[in-house]
Design a protein around this ligand. Structure first.
Ligand code: HEC
Length: 483
């Protein structure tokens, strides 16, 4: 559990010290990019504002109805007259839209406090009684070290950041207007809206009790607990995924999850440390992350093998009785789609040299030069590093010397999620991926070693590869790691 201790230390550093101007050596290491918000780099699907979103996904649990978090997220402080909050209306709206998924009236996904009233912001911080919540807000919205909102969530635009900064600098004055009742301006859903999966064959991989897939998993009290649950695919041979959607059950306990295709025994439940040397990352979700819906892109489906999958759940819970049935639902098309999506490993790794030739570095870079000469459609990306990962930027290099961003966003191990893209890579174009770490790191499998991958879903099948010798040897098909 070294990784968890490291994470907690970093969190403490971010929350307590960066406000005081400490930790700046780390911040400098993240480098050269301005805060992510507003660059358009974080092009997550902006979730549809449906208060009940996610509710139909919740039937997984043994007979339990939808958790009440859905409605309470979608219906902020229904009993409070708007003026009583005392927040200026623009600030109230902004906090609800950008922070409310986690810092709602009842905080979720591990957030320590609500951010829904002036009193909430004037209160002492839960993690440091010497500081006010608004002081920590100021620190966390202006840093790349554990930024808020966290990676995976819709970031603040520059206009929102400066409105919030201006108000914080004025000493958080109360609003002098009466805000209109929230008119559909509800908090965003925890899982990118709703989709219709009728006509598809769906399989759920959700958290469950030892020995019974229909009983919920007993989470209990947990601090950064990682649990691996293994599932046999439930289908034979190769099938095509049309939709992969998050199932979000206990919003007070689940923090994020990842799904790997990995050899494993169906039904096994084991503690994890967030590392999967034999696995391929298939999907990821953090609060606010998108539903993977390949039908958006036409007659398109993701190639999925009838092997086994490991769901890695990350929990934080203060409730000794907490139970959960969160996970993923994979819905397969009944026919073979015209365009078959496979995923590729972009980024950098070096199994041969284990990174030691150049010594540990804070920045790793790899360029993917596709062997294919056909246009390649890039649909989703999932950045993946370990605990020291802080930022991932992927740039498309055009043959004429121009560039355009594919992905450019802060990264946090605790908030790994997918990002929807709709990018057409033209023949002759290449992709340079740069990972930034909080301290110099080497590639490897140890808890302190790092990784730098941008898992990229693209079609035509197998087009996004450079057939690099070492990458292919280590990872199989779909490698474009620039070796
Ligand atoms: C996806 C969920 C999520 C969203 C969205 C989010 N937060 Fe957080 N926030 C957390 C979690 C979890 C923590 C506790 C862990 C940590 O400090 O990183 C936290 C901690 C904080 C803290 C530190 C509190 C303390 O006492 O240490 C501040 C300040 C904060 N968030 C402000 C914000 C603001 C402001 C926004 C919106 C602009 C926001 N957060 C959006 C999940 C979220």
């Amino acid at each position: 559990m070294t990784e968890n201790r490291l994470f907690l230390r970093n969190v403490a550093c971010a929350a307590l010290l960066s406000a005081l101007g400490a930790c700046t050596d780390e911040e400098d290491a993240y480098g050269n990019s301005p805060p992510d918000a507003g660059t358009g780099g974080l092009s997550t699907t902006v979730p549809v504002l449906t208060p009940e979103a996610g509710a139909p996904l919740l039937e997984a649990g043994a007979g339990a109805g939808p958790v009440d978090a859905g409605p309470s997220i979608g219906n902020p402080h229904p009993m409070t007259p708007p003026a009583a909050a005392g927040l200026p209306c623009d600030i109230e709206r902004l906090l609800r839209a950008r922070c409310g998924t986690c810092h709602g009236k009842t905080p979720s996904f591990g957030a320590p406090m609500a951010l829904t009233s002036l009193m909430d912001l004037q209160a002492q911080a839960a993690t440091d009684p010497r500081r006010k919540v608004h002081e920590l807000v100021k620190a966390r919205i202006n840093t790349q070290n554990q930024p808020m909102p966290p990676p995976g969530s819709t970031p603040l635009t520059e206009a929102e950041r400066s409105a919030l900064n201006g108000w914080l600098e004025r000493g958080v004055p109360a609003g002098d207007e009466t805000c209109a009742a929230p008119d559909g301006g509800s908090e965003p859903p925890v899982a990118g809206g709703e989709v219709d999966v009728s006509g598809l064959e769906c399989h759920k991989f959700v958290a469950h009790a030892e020995g019974s897939k229909s009983a919920k998993y007993k989470v209990g009290a947990a601090v950064d607990e990682y649990i691996n649950m293994a599932f046999a695919a439930g289908w034979q041979g190769v099938r095509y995924g049309a939709v992969m959607r998050p199932v979000v059950d206990n919003t007070q306990a689940i923090h994020h999850w990842l799904v790997y295709e990995e050899p494993a025994t169906d039904g096994s439940i084991e503690p994890g440390i967030g590392q999967h040397p034999n696995g391929k990352l298939v999907a990821g979700w953090a609060p606010g992350g998108p539903i993977y819906d390949f039908r958006k892109f036409g007659d398109v489906g993701l190639e999925l093998h009838g092997t086994s999958y490991v769901l890695e759940l990350h929990y934080n819970s203060s409730d000794a009785n907490a139970e959960d049935a969160s996970g993923i639902e994979i819905c397969l098309s009944k026919s073979t789609p015209k365009n078959i999506v496979t995923y590729s490993w972009l980024g950098y790794d070096n199994w041969l040299l284990a990174g030691d030739l150049e010594g540990p570095r804070t920045t790793w870079t790899g360029t993917c030069v596709p062997a294919s000469r056909e246009p390649i459609h890039i649909l989703y990306v999932t950045p993946h590093m370990h605990l020291a990962g802080r930022h991932l930027r992927s740039i498309i290099n055009e043959p004429g010397g121009g560039t355009r961003p594919l992905h450019d966003a802060a990264f946090a191990f605790e908030y790994q999620s997918a990002y929807e893209k709709n990018e057409l890579l033209m023949p002759g174009e290449t992709i340079t991926t740069t990972c930034t770490f909080s301290e110099p790191k080497s590639f490897g499998q140890g808890t302190n070693d790092e990784m730098c991958y941008l898992f990229t879903y693209a079609y035509p099948k197998g087009a996004l590869t450079d057939n690099g010798l070492w990458g292919t040897f280590a990872h199989g098909e779909g490698v474009c790691l620039g070796q």
